[in-house]
Design a protein around this ligand. Structure first.
Ligand SMILES: [Zn+2]
Length: 718
């Protein structure tokens, strides 16, 4: 049943017969997804609001129309204190109307909720105020308010909205905020001043409202203020923040073997109107994958797979946590996740690249390789098509009969794990459902009124719907009998990554910021962690299929042999002494602990230095509820320890970028440190693991972070 067919017209997959690939490809419709998206983009889909529920109803109608089973909506109460797993729930928001007028020097309507809801920041409270406007710059530090009377007035600010609310409204008594807070930074930032950004106030604060205006509008107001013209605004808001509910829609395609586990498709249904790419696109594309599979399995074109398929649409991260918390039985049988968050951007408009995103190294898996391989098949055919117009079917172009898709290339790559969506939950160690995460990045219009249907390519929607359907269907049907084809395929990809790991290790070995010995030690650690990850990814196929494939042992041995060769080359670099560190750099101290830890784990605990020894040898284990430690509106350490204590966590503090190599943010280290806690690894071994994945970090930073987790009762030491 397995074929490999060369050339862009073929299926080119070791694990899905060509006839099945072509059946899926022919069924995939970018137009169906595009028309569903048109409907979604009319709704302002802030979680726990009436319009979010309208979006949920729309998805539910379609799921039923497409013949999915058990299609229904679930509601989860929220009030800011109910917990779902580790996560504290947020609040709901009801808006009757809101308008912002400029009254002096001229009478103009600046914002109207009924026609343009993005202009009212989420969690704005009721207000009825006519008052002068005061420019406070960013409005995020006390200095911004020095010598300015803002009490009872409105402030014009472009800083982070919740910080402005805390200072201007809560501390200095301002009535409300006019904000031109810019969008996420990209190379194109600031070029289009007509963009209005989506804004959110802090839902836990009891007062304040904010209207969002474009940079151009704000510049006009600032110019009037600078010229001494009094600017008077009238703000009218009727809105309420309080308890409510989250809604999650779910539906299934049952498998033939209830004991074989489930494959889940996820996305997030929330975000501002229009929110076409973020994330209307992911919602309609998993819906299209569902429609295709339901139809083809229903009419017998595809065999019903062993494992069932489950589709989930809810508020980002929060809906996922609520659903997984309410259904521990389902959570435990989920075997893989296909997650889509922004998958339809026309790259020549929103500047996006579609990334097939790997799982974090704490959760090695074979599933990314299967998804990546489907993506590459479409990409290669699309490239040929753009060059000479041939292979239109294989290129999965959505232009039949005047359909709205482009003839663009499929710009897609495979990237390391990146944070920022529901996959953070699935991939975290206490849930451990590996995600095939598909995402556009960057998107110059994300979280703005410009994220419209106009930026979306129906051809791309069709390609990703096919990629998603083929991947999920393959995961659902996998069994050990396919190992003779799949394991060699997976091993070849693992060998490529091992070789890339060596390239990184070689650079580390030459790192002039470390002594020869430290540099060599970190380089060897990187090879050791890379080998461990790739071997674990191959083993994950045996675990997934609950089989004992004969190809596994030779594949693991092949990787070990390859790694041994690379390690020999690293030793040769050390012996040649080509390393460039000066003695001044080497004794600077920042890397001392990290080097000690790396050497410690290389040589075994017996030889570890006394100083690093005790902290490094302790073995943490997870306690408390399931889930990662940060969510959309909740940070567990902040909740449990308070801002003062969290401010002292070295990994997360402002100067951590000096200490944390290779990555600008400590957040991704924090996520992985907690994920590597398994009751077996010592603190030093966790340091080695995150250092291999993300770049060398000191034992001190890892130990200090885990200490805070112990205080917060997330972990306990054995
Ligand atoms: Zn998103």
């Amino acid at each position: 049943m397995l074929f490999t067919i060369p050339g862009p017209a073929g299926a080119q997959h070791a694990f899905l017969p060509e006839a099945q690939w072509i059946a899926l490809r022919s069924e995939a419709s970018g137009t169906a997804a595009y028309e569903n998206l048109r409907a979604l983009t009319r709704l302002h889909r802030v979680p726990a609001t009436a319009e979010f529920d309208q979006a949920a109803a729309l998805i539910l109608d379609r799921a039923r129309e497409y013949g999915l089973q058990d299609a229904h909506a679930e509601q989860y109460p929220i009030d800011g204190s109910i917990h779902y797993g580790l996560m504290r729930s947020h609040v709901a928001w009801t808006v009757e109307g809101a308008r912002l007028w400029q009254i002096e020097p001229q009478h103009t309507l600046l914002a109207d909720w009924s026609s343009d809801p993005i202009r009212l920041a989420d969690y704005s409270h009721s207000a009825d105020v006519e008052a002068p406007l005061v420019d406070v710059g960013a409005g995020t530090s006390a200095n911004d308010y020095a010598g300015k009377e803002v009490r009872g007035r409105m402030v014009l600010a472009d800083g982070v909205l919740s910080t402005v609310q805390r200072l201007a409204v809560m501390k200095y008594g301002a009535a409300g905020i006019i904000s031109d807070m810019p969008n996420q930074t990209t190379a194109w930032s600031g070029l289009d001043t007509s963009i209005v950004r989506w804004g959110h106030l802090d839902g836990s604060l009891p007062k304040g409202f904010a209207f969002m205006v474009s940079r151009a509008t704000a510049a006009g107001l600032r110019a009037q203020l600078r010229s001494g013209t009094p600017v008077v605004l009238g703000a009218h808001v009727k809105a309420e923040v309080g308890p409510g509910h989250w809604t999650v829609v779910t539906a299934t395609i049952p498998g033939t073997d209830a004991g074989a586990g489930e494959i889940v498709y996820s996305c997030h249904l929330d975000h501002q109107r229009p929110g076409a790419n973020d994330n209307g696109s992911g919602c309609v594309t998993i819906l299209e994958s569902a429609r295709m599979l339901s139809r083809l399995i229903g009419n017998g074109s595809l065999a019903r797979p062993r494992r069932g398929l489950r589709f989930i649409w809810g508020p980002e991260v929060e809906g996922t946590m609520a659903y997984l918390s309410a259904h521990p039985d389902i959570r435990r049988v989920m075997r893989a996740d296909v997650h889509m968050d922004m998958v339809g951007g026309d790259p020549f408009k929103n500047k996006s690249v579609l990334h097939v995103t790997e799982t974090p190294w704490s959760l090695p898996t074979f599933i990314t390789d299967i998804g990546a391989s489907f993506a590459e098949t479409i990409r290669d055919a699309a490239t040929v098509y753009t060059e000479d117009g041939s292979h239109e079917e294989a290129a999965v172009v959505e232009s039949r009969g005047g359909a709205p898709g482009t003839r663009n290339a499929f710009i897609v790559d495979v990237t390391p794990y990146a944070e920022g969506s529901d996959h953070d939950d699935y991939d975290s160690s206490t849930i451990a459902v590996p995600s095939l995460y598909l995402r556009d990045w960057p998107d110059i219009y994300i979280h703005t009124d410009h994220d419209t249907l106009e930026q979306i390519d129906a051809t791309k929607l069709r390609r990703v719907a096919l990629l998603g359907a083929a991947s999920g269907y393959t995961f659902a049907g996998l069994d050990g009998s396919q190992s003779s084809v799949i394991l060699p395929f997976l091993t070849a990809r693992a060998e490529q990554r091992l070789a890339k790991g060596f390239q990184r290790a070689q650079l580390l070995a030459l790192d002039a910021d470390r002594t020869q010995e430290q540099a060599s030690s970190e380089a060897h650690n990187l090879m050791r962690q890379t080998l461990r990850r790739e071997q674990a990814a191959l083993r994950s196929f045996a675990a997934f299929t609950q089989s004992d494939p004969p190809e596994l042992a030779p594949a693991l041995a092949a990787l070990a042999t390859q790694a041994a060769t690379f390690n020999g080359w690293l030793d040769a670099i050390a012996k040649r002494g080509v390393h460039l560190a000066s003695s001044a750099d080497a004794s600077s101290g920042a890397h001392d602990a990290s080097a000690a830890a790396a050497q410690g784990s290389a040589r075994g605990f017996a030889q570890r230095s006394a100083a690093a020894g005790h902290a490094g040898m302790r073995i943490p284990r997870r306690i408390a509820e399931f889930g990662p430690l940060t969510f959309q509106n909740d940070d567990v350490l902040l909740d449990r320890l308070g801002p003062e204590r969290v401010g002292k966590i070295k990994l997360l503090s402002g100067d951590s970028s000096r200490l944390v190599n290779a990555q600008e943010s400590g957040a991704i280290y924090a996520y992985e440190i907690v994920n590597f806690v398994d009751g077996k690894r010592s603190v030093a071994e966790i340091r080695d693991a995150v250092s291999g994945e993300l770049g060398p970090v000191s034992l001190d930073l890892v130990s200090d972070y885990l200490q805070a987790c112990e205080e917060a009762k997330i972990i306990a030491f054995r």
